[in-house]
Each structure stands twice: as structure tokens, then as C-alpha cells.
Design a binder for this molecule. Structure first.
Ligand SMILES: *Cc1c(COP(=O)(O)O)cnc(C)c1O
Length: 427
């Protein structure tokens, strides 16, 4: 059998395969660019590991309190060096990205302080953390107010109104790098750097926090290279490299991270407690693999954008735009399109390929969500996955792919399912 036969054997029609190959011919230069970024970032990670003299003793499991956990402490130094920050908190006790963000916010905002989002609404799950949607334990309940400045219609920052919104109570500015479940563009690190400089010019004491989810290693610099005081994310996205089975990170200034550590464990305990439970090998090795895993995911995103754009769907970003995160939004115009697309991603998975994804009321989200993921780590979205809330404009958010070849199969399979449902016509 040749490679095309292997795809046919997996359920891809010959005309779908050929369509994909035709699209790929136009993507060689993009792929080369992605590989160059991965190469740079691979060097960055190896440098951080060498400088911190990572060795086999750092992979040992600790239990109980986890005092004197050198493996954990060294991993945090490696993260701090990768992100060029003074300190970092990288822990399995941080359950997910939302938890990491909630820690960073609640540790650095006190009653009477105000939080400002100058980039429009935050990610869905943060609405309850902040109290935009009421929730027990929200920042609002603790007397932290919230203000938001929406983006200009063209997706740029509304500097005039951002300036007006900053007042004597404003303490922390939160900037979400990735679009999340919105169809706005994701921001480049350079854009975030400009916004950070702008707000710090108004008040140098403002803390700038970046929700870095899905953005890590997509570019050669991170928001912390351009003035952000904290960058925050999930280990079951980019920096875990697909190997971390749980966890989150916060990298930032000594002052901010120390407060975060007290919020994560308890005042007085801070970073000193928190056993690693044997997870450190996956954290170290996952970080080591992250640059190339992110490159695979980016190739998948560019391939998907190019295919669906060619078929007349709106895609964000477009196939030729520069990339600032691994997410690809495809507006499929109908719930049926979303379901067919997700079925394809699911059917291409190494795990749970035989199940059918269905919309469900997921905690933290205010409309039904459909998710396709056949992942080794449950819910991991650095693994090939697609999801989206069932609401206008019926956009599926596609991301991940531990290998480019798996991402390719997933996209071809999504196309196959759309084709079978007569939702597309090949051109
Ligand atoms: C995924 C994500 C989060 C939340 O992370 P969870 O791990 O799902 O809790 C927050 N912000 C953005 C932009 C994200 O993509």
C-alpha cells in the first residue's frame, strides 16, 4: 500500500485526499517559517534546562508536604528562564488554566481594587471568576470591581477609552492573548507589548497580566519579554507538550509570584509545600517537546484555514495571516456543520475514535458546547481537538495535534464528514 491507500483505508475518499494534497502544495513556505520558530524555541528550552543543570535527581517523586522538592523548584527556575521572568509557579496542584488565572487575579487584587480588561470580554470561564456572571467566591463578592473596554470594530485597541477607564482604583490589567471563543483576531506579542507600555505609561504601578493560553512558543518572544508582570497558562495546552497530565503555570515578577504562591497554598506556606507526586518527568519532557508539538499544531491550523477558506467558509485567522496562537476558528454556518466537523476530528483520533461527539451543557459556559477530542490526556487541547459553543456564527475552534500527520488526518476526516453530509462541494 502507498500512503494514499493508507488514508483510504482510514476512511478518506480519494478525492478528499487529492484535494488536501493540492492545498498543501501552496503551504511550503508557511511550514518552513513555522519550523524556524520551533528551532529557535527548542534552543531556548534547552538553554534553560542546561543553565539550571537539570539532572536525573530532579525527576524523583515527592509525597506529603513536598518540602525541599528540588525537582519542582528547578522546574520553576527553568520556566522562569524560558519566559525571562524572576520567578515561576508550575504545579500539578494548579488544576487548569482557569485555576491559574483565578490564583493570579485573586492573589494580586484586594478589596477596593479594580480589574481592567482593555481587550473586550474575557474567556468564558473567567466571567464567574471575576463576577461578570455571579458566582460564590467571585472577585466581585470580595469587593473587587471590574471594568472593560471593548476593542475597536477593526480589532485594534481603543486607546482613548482605555486611558479614560484607568482610575485610582485600577490595580491590575488583564490581557487575553488568544481569541478564545470569540472571532476577534488573537494578539501578537508585539501588540500586547505596546498595550502594556501604554498602560504603564499612565500608571507604572499597574500590574499587567497576560492570559497566555494557547500562545506559548508560537512566536520567538513571550509577553513577559515585553513588560508583562505575569504570564499565565495551562500545562494541558502548549507548554505541557502533550505529556503533562495536569497542571498550570504562572511566570512573573518575584513580588507577584510570591503572592500567587500564598493564594495557591496558604499564607505563610507559599512555594514551600506541594508534592510533585511523580509528575515531574512529564513536566520536564513535555516542556522539552513543546516547541515542536506547537509547530505541528500550527501546521494543522494553517492547513485547516487554507482548506476551509478555499471552500468559501470564513476562517480566523485567514490562511495567509501571521499566527499568534494555535487556534483556528472556522465558521461553519450551521449546527449541522459544527457536528459534522467535530465527528471527523473524533473519528481520526488514536483514542475514542468510535464515539460520536454531542453538544452538552459544560460547567462554566453559558451555551451548549460541542467537543471532539480523542486524547491521551482527558480534555487536553494541545492534542487534536475541536470545540465551540453552539451559537452564532457556529464557529468551530480547532486546535492541537501532537504530530502534524495526525492533525492532517483529522482535518481530512472533518472534510470527509462534511462531504458525506453534503455540506461542501469540492472545487
Ligand atoms: C483554555 C483557556 C482558558 C482556561 O483554561 P482551562 O484550562 O480550560 O481552565 C483561559 N483562557 C484562554 C484564552 C483559554 O484558551
Amino acid at each position: 500500500m502507498n500512503t494514499k491507500d493508507m488514508y483510504i483505508n482510514l476512511g478518506i475518499a480519494p478525492e478528499i485526499y487529492d484535494y488536501g494534497e493540492k492545498i498543501l502544495e501552496g503551504l511550503k513556505a508557511r511550514f518552513e517559517e513555522i519550523d524556524l520558530t520551533a528551532e529557535y524555541n527548542q534552543c531556548k528550552v534547552i538553554t534553560a534546562m542546561q543553565q539550571n543543570r537539570v539532572n536525573a535527581t530532579h525527576f524523583a517523586a515527592t509525597t506529603g508536604y513536598g518540602y525541599n522538592d528540588f525537582g519542582r523548584d528547578t522546574l520553576e527556575k527553568v520556566y522562569a528562564d524560558c519566559f525571562h521572568t524572576e520567578a515561576a509557579l508550575v504545579r500539578p496542584q494548579i488544576a487548569c488554566g482557569t485555576h491559574a488565572l483565578a490564583i493570579a487575579l485573586s492573589a494580586n487584587l484586594l478589596p477596593g481594587d479594580e480589574l481592567l480588561s482593555p481587550v473586550g470580554g474575557p474567556y468564558d470561564t473567567l466571567e464567574e471568576v471575576i463576577g461578570i456572571r455571579n458566582s460564590p467566591g467571585s472577585l466581585k463578592e470580595y469587593g473587587v470591581s471590574y471594568r472593560q473596554v471593548n476593542l475597536n470594530p477593526d480589532g485594534t485597541f481603543d486607546y482613548e477609552n482605555i486611558k479614560k477607564a484607568i482610575n485610582t482604583k485600577t490595580k491590575l490589567v488583564t490581557i487575553q492573548r488568544s481569541k478564545g471563543y470569540q472571532t476577534r483576531p488573537s494578539f501578537s506579542v508585539k501588540q500586547i507589548g505596546e498595550l502594556t507600555s501604554f498602560v504603564k505609561n499612565i500608571n507604572p504601578d499597574l500590574i499587567c497580566m497576560v492570559d497566555n493560553c494557547y500562545g506559548e512558543f508560537v512566536e520567538t518572544i513571550e509577553p513577559s519579554d515585553l513588560g508583562a508582570d505575569m504570564v499565565v497558562g495551562s500545562l494541558i495546552k502548549n507548554p505541557g507538550g502533550g505529556l503533562a497530565p495536569i497542571g498550570g503555570y504562572i511566570c512573573g515578577s518575584q513580588k507577584c509570584i510570591e503572592r500567587c504562591s500564598y493564594r495557591l497554598s496558604a499564607p505563610g506556606l507559599g512555594k514551600e509545600v506541594g508534592a510533585n507526586l511523580g509528575l515531574l518527568p512529564s513536566f520536564y519532557q513535555g516542556l522539552f517537546l513543546a516547541p515542536t508539538v506547537v509547530a505541528s499544531a500550527l501546521k494543522g491550523a494553517v492547513f485547516a484555514a487554507s482548506i476551509y477558506e478555499n471552500l468559501g467558509f470564513k476562517v480566523v485567522p485567514s490562511s495567509t495571516e501571521s499566527r499568534h496562537d494555535i487556534i483556528q476558528a472556522v465558521e461553519l454556518k450551521s449546527p449541522a456543520g459544527m457536528v459534522a466537523f467535530c465527528k471527523g476530528i473524533q473519528a481520526a483520533a488514536p483514542v475514542d475514535s468510535y464515539v460520536t461527539p454531542e453538544p452538552w451543557a459544560m460547567p462554566g459556559y453559558d451555551s451548549e458546547v460541542i467537543m471532539a477530542a480523542g486524547a491521551f490526556v482527558q480534555g487536553s487541547s494541545i492534542e487534536l481537538s475541536a470545540d465551540g459553543p453552539i451559537r452564532e456564527p457556529y464557529a468551530v475552534y480547532f486546535q492541537g495535534g501532537l504530530t502534524w500527520y495526525h492533525a492532517k488526518l483529522g482535518i481530512l476526516m472533518s472534510l470527509q464528514k462534511m462531504y458525506e453530509e453534503k455540506l461542501i462541494e469540492l472545487n
